[in-house]
Design a protein around this ligand. Structure first.
Ligand SMILES: Cc1cc2nc3c(=O)[nH]c(=O)nc-3n(C[C@H](O)[C@H](O)[C@H](O)COP(=O)(O)OP(=O)(O)OC[C@H]3O[C@@H](n4cnc5c(N)ncnc54)[C@H](O)[C@@H]3O)c2cc1C
Ligand SMILES: Cc1cc2nc3c(=O)[nH]c(=O)nc-3n(C[C@H](O)[C@H](O)[C@H](O)COP(=O)(O)O)c2cc1C
Length: 764
């Protein structure tokens, strides 16, 4: 038996008290809530079916009352630019917050919890010395957590947008996102029904729009009247209701606070629900997390033989993992609404797709499961746009064609540049013929060469391929001819110079490790070595710059002779040109260092010289590191937008958006599709074509990225190392018949398609 004080009577505190009593009725629990039983902020909350199952398993009695009162709905309506895009199958359930709390209060009383309303709980632990445990369930602004802040390692991030949680008697039959343009900027609402005659209606906007609308100076009735006018066409004459009337109007507009805590307990004080963590309302999971925390904490505290210390460790470890996963999705979703301007030029159907997939928890195939006809309408729209003519049959977005200058790609899948370290004195060998030949036959629309170096000193390793000698031209031409002669793939030559990362061992003997012997001198923007183990590079003189520029131009002309379709300039990953762009390694004080304009001067000079030498009908791209992963000290994604704009003005048709590898100490945040947000930002802020790359490996990733307009092309590197036929396999998986299969391989392709279809049938 334990004596427990629960501070706060929201979902977390009430459900914890219930869950404890269910496990041991002998526990004595006092719950203190500052409000009256029927006062509450907010209106309705949404849940998933999974949460309801968890509630039923924990307490079938309250679970079934809650379940029976839920409002269910399947559709999401997105209103934008005068159009409504409706998709279905989303399966939401909602309940009024007040009703949920009343159900939980009744159940807690019935189980013998002592509820003390209108009782302001002291934030001082000394006042709770009669209790074995003190539960901080007093919400995101927890006073007691704040008092002992340093023991919890609290991290609070205040997000920028302003929102107001209204209610309305207008009953929405779909979860509704309504975007309205005002003279002060865009304002939008998240609205959903939570019982027979009420809906939640959250109004959100950017802070500058809020100020321009004068909301920082309006009282509540004025603010409400303004919002009612903006959303009049959705409200059908119903008013917006506030239950924050006690607050002055500007304070009633909130900014979301993302909270995480390193530790969830201190002495006998334990954090629960929003006091421990928050998740942005746009993914609607705060109440679910609070209830599931409560179940877990009650379970570990009552498990026989488990020490208090172990119980709290298990509670924190398990719940924190769940919280981090949700906060990751919530961050994506929050950022989507904060960077809404990026997507407003999309056609409504793509805007809706982007909105539905914003958290990256919902993908192309999830949407197919939810609403196949709608997803197929997106696919038809995407194909029609790509073909420039209406298309009746839906097809996966990855199989839409794409055009760069006069070069036509049959699809959007790209074999990313990958150094093979298998050349001899810069000459590609039979290995390269087989390597590129196989990948070109594997179905990708575009195949990149590895970084091909413009001079012997410009190589990374002695095994790197080059294009600086006549024998290199002949060897590459043999490969290009094979690629062109055996399929539809186009072939892009990536040209680069290793700079400070040169004169190192081949990849599998140790990345960026200097050679045992035979090192050659290296150069860079400044004398910053890649690592203490690497050579100190010689800062480039103007004469060096001229020489290297001419080598790039010479390599372009050789590339033309060899028959390549496209050229990419490698200006990423800490090599020579990247050493100019990133301020981490460019310490020059002349016109090539300092401001971004100066740091870009030499890379742009090279790009322009290459562009002049390359035929106007053939495209060029540039690979950049869009984030040095070093915060403001290095290149940031915002700066990458400017870099992309500068190269586009110099004639680039595509920005190949990689990141990092520019500074040995940088700390990338890995994950699936981890660099795609940069391709998205660059594409939709600079309005240029981008290629996404980096830990993209499923067909679903590729289709989602393309349909959501996050990039125009998608490159896969490592997946193509072990599966050169990645695109053919993807076509078979998706039962797409339009892919070009080399005739000798047709039998294999049809068998694969048959087997996969059979497997899918069995699974279904
Ligand atoms: C605009 C908005 C929309 C949301 N939409 C959803 C949604 O759709 N789905 C969802 O799951 N979640 C949603 N949430 C989040 C959800 O409301 C919270 O995550 C959830 O309520 C957390 O429960 P809790 O019990 O931890 O905290 P709270 O619900 O905040 O409860 C804390 C309680 O403690 C009381 N209290 C605070 N201090 C004291 C004190 N000193 N003494 C006594 N009592 C005190 C408060 O009065 C309150 O009743 C939304 C939140 C916002 C702001
Ligand atoms: C073995 C190997 C060699 C690589 N060589 C190059 C290269 O020559 N040029 C380049 O720009 N990127 C190179 N990369 C980076 C890839 O093009 C790609 O950006 C990176 O591997 C992330 O994509 P992935 O997750 O699909 O592998 C190389 C990657 C690998 C694995």
């Amino acid at each position: 038996m334990m004596r427990i004080a629960c501070l706060g009577g929201g979902p977390a505190g009430l459900y914890f008290a219930i869950s404890m009593k269910l496990r041991d009725p002998a526990h004595q629990i006092d719950l203190f809530e500052r409000n009256r039983p029927d006062d509450t902020f907010g209106w309705g909350v949404v849940f998933s079916d999974q949460t309801v199952e968890n509630l039923m398993a924990n307490d079938p009695l309250s679970g079934s009352v809650i379940r029976d009162e839920f409002a269910h709905w399947d559709d999401i309506d997105v209103h934008i630019h005068g159009q409504t895009i409706r998709s279905s199958g989303h399966g939401f359930i909602g309940i009024g917050r007040k009703r949920l709390l009343n159900i939980l209060q009744d159940r807690a009383r019935e189980l013998g919890v002592d509820l003390h309303f209108e009782h302001e709980a002291s934030p001082d632990l000394a006042d709770w010395s009669d209790y074995d445990l003190v539960i901080a369930a007093d919400g995101a602004n927890s006073r007691i957590r704040t008092r002992y802040e340093e023991h919890f390692g609290v991290d609070i991030q205040v997000r920028q947008n302003k929102f107001f949680w209204f209610g309305t008697a207008k009953v929405f039959d779909a979860f509704t996102f309504a975007f309205e343009e005002t003279e002060a900027g865009w304002v939008w609402a998240h609205a959903y029904r939570f019982d027979d005659d009420l809906s939640t209606f959250i109004v959100e906007m950017a802070p500058d729009t809020w100020e321009r609308l004068g909301l920082d100076r309006m009282d509540q009735p004025e603010a409400i009247a303004l919002c009612e006018r903006i959303f009049a066409k959705y409200l059908d004459g119903h008013s917006l209701m506030s239950n924050a009337a006690h607050l002055k109007a500007p304070e009633a507009w909130l900014q979301f606070r993302r909270i995480i805590c390193d530790r969830w307990s201190y002495q006998n004080l334990i954090l629960l629900g929003d006091a421990a963590h928050t998740a942005h309302f746009s993914i609607g999971s705060g109440t679910k997390l609070a209830l599931e925390d409560a179940i877990k904490l009650a379970e570990v505290l009552n498990r026989p033989g488990l020490s208090r210390e172990r119980a709290l460790e298990e509670y924190r470890e398990e719940r924190n993992l769940e919280v981090l996963k949700l906060q990751n999705s919530a961050r994506n979703s929050t950022e989507w609404f904060e960077t809404l301007d990026r997507y407003l030029h999309f056609e409504p159907i793509q805007f809706a797709y982007s909105l539905l997939t914003r958290s990256q928890r919902v993908s192309h195939e999830n949407l197919r499961l939810r609403d196949r006809p709608w997803l197929e309408s997106v696919e038809r729209w995407f194909q029609s746009k790509a073909m420039g003519t209406p298309v009746n049959d839906p097809a996966p977005p990855m199989f839409a064609p794409y055009k760069l200058r006069d070069m036509k790609l049959v699809n959007r899948v790209v074999v990313s540049p990958m150094a093979m370290y298998s050349a001899q004195e810069g000459t590609p060998t039979d290995f390269h013929l087989v390597h590129y030949g196989t990948r070109a036959q594997g179905g990708a629309g575009l195949v990149y060469t590895e970084m091909t170096c413009v001079s012997p000193e410009g190589r990374i390793t002695p095994g790197c391929a080059g294009l600086y000698a006549p024998e290199h031209v002949a060897a590459w031409k043999r490969i290009v001819d094979f690629v062109h002669g055996h399929g539809k793939a186009k072939f892009c030559l990536q040209l680069g110079h290793s700079g400070p990362k040169g004169s190192t061992k081949v990849g599998w003997e140790g990345y960026d490790v200097p050679l045992e012997s035979g090192n050659w001198p290296v150069m860079a923007a400044s004398d910053a070595p890649w690592s203490p183990a690497n050579q100190v590079p010689e800062p480039m003189t103007r004469a060096d710059m001229d020489a290297v520029r001419d080598q790039f131009v010479e390599a372009v002309m050789k590339g033309l002779k060899a028959g390549f379709d496209m050229i990419e300039l490698h200006a990423a990953h800490g090599y020579l040109l990247s050493s100019f762009i990133t301020p981490l390694t460019n310490k020059r004080t002349d016109e090539y260092g300092g401001s971004l304009e100066n740091r870009l001067r030499y890379p742009l000079e090279i790009f322009r010289a290459m562009r002049d030498a390359w035929p106007a009908d053939k495209p060029m791209s540039v690979r950049i590191s869009a984030n040095d992963w070093m915060g403001e000290q290095g290149v940031t994604p915002d700066e990458a937008v400017l870099i992309a704009e500068a190269f586009t003005q110099a004639g680039a048709d595509l920005i190949d958006v990689s990141a990092g590898q520019t500074w040995a100490e940088c700390k990338p945040i890995y994950g699936r599709m981890f660099q795609t947000p940069f391709a998205d930002q660059i594409r939709n802020e600079a309005r240029v074509s981008t290629m996404a790359v980096g830990n993209i490996y499923e067909t679903d990733h590729v289709n989602s990225i393309l349909a959501a307009g996050r990039a125009d092309l998608v490159a896969l590197a490592r997946p193509h190392l072990i599966d050169p036929m990645w695109t053919l396999r993807a076509a078979a998986q998706q039962d797409y018949r339009g892919v070009v299969v080399p005739p000798p391989y047709l039998a294999g392709m049809s068998q694969l398609a048959r087997n996969l279809a059979r497997e899918a049938e069995l699974k279904a």
